[in-house]
Ligand binder design. Sequence first.
Ligand code: NDP
Length: 264
Amino acid sequence: MDLGLTGKVAVITGGSIGIGKAVAEAFAQEGVHLVLCARDGERVKQVAEAIGSTYSVRATGVRCDVTKPQDIAELVRTVEQNFGGADILINNAGTGSAEKIMDAPDEKWQYYWDLHVMAAVRISRALVPFMQKRGGGVILNNASICARQPLDYEPIYNVTKAALVMFSKCLANELIPYNIRVNCINPGLILTPDWYKTAGILSKDLGITPDEYLKQIAEKNTPIGRFATPQELAQFFVFLASPRASYCVGSTYYVDGGWLKVVI
Ligand code: NDP
């Protein structure tokens, strides 16, 4: 199936590893040019270069901490200089947290608010005018199943991801007249390097291997009984960003192996 994405330009935050990198590769396979950003500038540049040469697309890596407005300004400048704008924005950069509400300081709340919400607000605000000039665009926000079904150990993550879901809905309503489709994706368990790191630490206490730990988590939580690969999730991002998904707008889609326990 031709997804109609060839020659489009996508900006992906947190594009150097895990889900963001898998989405970048899946886009590149469709002939989409890329701007990837992350805090580790060397790594993101290397990843962009490798993807660009493997799939014969133009791919640029930019060092950018999306919690910092000045870094976002630099990212947007690069997008404008290299491509004159963008057609697709994937707000993906993010990470889990671990705290009790009673103990967590304001600074921690503020950091996650900037990372999961304000980054999407600021980058969308900066790139939408280019999308308007190009006649349309797509914005996909990567939230989490935790936006609706919280995990006990990470209230700040749950709250800020829930805010990202609502931001997506509000932005979708505002941008529909400009042929810009905004949607949100709530993934469940996706086996990224971050999970391997967590498993490496937590499995030791339980006296089991990291693989056994991951298997237990998947079997305990998901009806499907396993993690998804980042590539499985990436396919959904690519479809949703394509004109094939032209009637999909203002929604939040779960890709969670049946983990969400309620009907919505
Ligand atoms: P990874 O930790 O594997 O990758 C995170 C990416 O974001 C990296 O490229 C990292 O690069 C970048 N990043 C982190 N902080 C910043 C920052 N402040 N500014 C710019 N870039 C940043 O995470 P995942 O791939 O697992 O997760 C990606 C997204 O998916 C996150 O938003 C996460 O909440 C969400 N998600 C993940 C799930 C999972 O099971 N894996 C499930 C549900 C949602 P660098 O460190 O160099 O900045």
